[in-house]
Design a protein around this ligand. Sequence first.
Ligand SMILES: Cc1cc2nc3c(=O)[nH]c(=O)nc-3n(C[C@H](O)[C@H](O)[C@H](O)COP(=O)(O)OP(=O)(O)OC[C@H]3O[C@@H](n4cnc5c(N)ncnc54)[C@H](O)[C@@H]3O)c2cc1C
Length: 395
Amino acid sequence: MGSVSAADVRGRVEALLAGWDPGAEPGEFLRARFDAGLAWVHFPVGLGGLDAPRALQAVVNAELGAAGAPDNDPRRIGIGLGMAAPTILAYGTPEQKARFLRPLWTGEEVWCQLFSEPGAGSDLAGLGTRAVRDGDGWVVDGQKVWTSSAHTARWAILIARTDPDVPKHRGITYFVCDMTDPGVEVRPLRQITGEAEFNEVFLTGVRIPDAHRLGAVGDGWRVAQATLMNERVAIGGGASVPRESGMIGPVAATWRERPELRTPELHDRLLRLWVDSEVARLTAERVRQQMAAGTPGPEGSGLKLSLARLNQQLSGLEVELLGEQGLRYGDWSMVRPQSVDFYGRDAGYRYLRAKGNSIEGGTSEILRNIVAERVLGLPAEPRNDKDAAWKDLPR
Ligand SMILES: Cc1cc2nc3c(=O)[nH]c(=O)nc-3n(C[C@H](O)[C@H](O)[C@H](O)COP(=O)(O)OP(=O)(O)OC[C@H]3O[C@@H](n4cnc5c(N)ncnc54)[C@H](O)[C@@H]3O)c2cc1C
């Protein structure tokens, strides 16, 4: 890696634009972009990349954006891009990489994450969904919950217990589950916003071929760690962002456009949150640069923690600033959205949806534990279930 320059990447973008009209059918263009190695430049050649430094992706995105090239809609396919793809890249077989990465990146196949269960959220390693070996495959039975995008997903990353006789972290295996298979049932769950962006998923006798296992049997916890680290960075990181991006944006805009709403006390709070937002933005930039240099670390957890707190404080301030108008919430009809739309909606929606930010992708309490143990080096929480077989744990 590293021999590819910004000029090389620009040359490839030019060649792509010479061969493919960005105004034509988006699928065609996106497939050609993947094949040109311009999907995620740091991925290997043949898998949507060029083995190039990750920082050059910004060059590609800027050039293609300026040419009006179609987007693969990262908000709709965020779980695939942010979590499934890096996990498949790290642990997948050559066949799995060749099968899954291209339609994942183009957005032709949406992914979801079947991790959480009614009795296993923060203590994810305690999960009870069983996968039992059956010939050249596995039979899976269990229940998952809070599964974002399960209603639009073609594939899922799934963790299941394959050995109840060993300690909980050691008896888990990681699979790719076909959401169209018989035995997969998706039921909507309504959120505080009134929408059903996530689901319960019931798995009854679902057959998964062994070729859809990711990593070794019993090694699923390690594979899941790769997903979870990337999840926090995907939530907190992403592309380089300009000042006043994110939740501070709409609040600062309202402040500027509606001087009649201002009070000295709100002014003071807004200024403090503006500074915190700028600190978070620069921290995100640091995480991005660390990622470019290596792998995601506990900094991603710290960033995700700050952004969750900021989103809740800022959306609360926005509702207060707008007074009665901020309390209005237009439509409680059941909607099955394809992505979370923080900015195309009103302040009331932002306020309600931001509550989930401190739960999804690891709760703030758990992230504080990670920062305490892995950044500050404080003593770890006592773990008296570490050596006991999963089947003997109280539940
Ligand atoms: C909007 C949204 C989308 C989601 N999407 C998905 C998805 O697509 N796929 C998926 O698999 N899951 C998803 N989740 C689930 C999410 O990952 C879990 O809700 C989360 O991990 C917390 O687990 P839990 O709900 O079981 O809470 P619990 O683990 O039961 O926690 C309850 C409370 O206790 C605290 N707590 C627990 N253990 C400790 C500890 N050791 N120290 C201190 N405090 C502790 C928690 O922080 C929390 O406040 C989503 C959740 C939300 C809100």
